[in-house]
Ligand binder design. Sequence first.
Ligand code: ZN
Length: 238
Amino acid sequence: MFFVAFALWVFASSACGEERDPARGWQNFERAVREERIPLAEALRRIEEFSRILPAAYPARDSGSSLFFPLKGYGLRHVGGKRGEGYRPSRYEFVGPRRRIGHPAQDIFVYDGNQDGLDDRSGKPIEVLAFAEGIVVSAFAEWVPGFSVNGNGLRGGNYLWIYHPDLRLFSYSAHLARLLVETGERVAGGAPIATLGRSGTNAYAERSPTHLHFMLLRLEDMKPVNPYPLLQAARATR
Ligand SMILES: [Zn+2]
């Protein structure tokens, strides 16, 4: 069974052609990692391959690489913990047995006391913004309560991965409600990409205040980077 799935995956990934559609190729890769359908050595080889394919397909534009705070109407003081102490990489790895370890991200909390996914101040959905210019390389919006992969709940719920050529970083935004962009789309820094929700195994639970889970990984090795200093440098959008 595993062999058949793997053979199909090899066939599918070569047939789609990473070179022709690198964004969709990366999305297929990310799904295979998430669903634990790819052997570790193969995954490490693909990470190395994408670190060449993506910059070639999406060259940096050096557009000033402006950074935007990823939630409209919010800022640094809404980041959880004092001075970004919510970032606990704990030797997290994108692929392999350490992929569920630690919290290599920042959580940004919003005003949603009644947990209806609307901003208590405006009664409107909260917009998630593109951290910087980039290309959407994976978009998932099919989460429902109880959604599970290999018996593990889907922690991120509905989520987006964006590759940022100027920064050579991926951003991962999780616990989204509705996605406003699709895989392959180029987005400007600060553009609305989703509305914030409570999707994801733990984020859905009543004990969890509504928040955006925001992670940054390096293109070359998929190691996490603390978003806090970059969030400090980011422009807040009212
Ligand atoms: Zn988080």
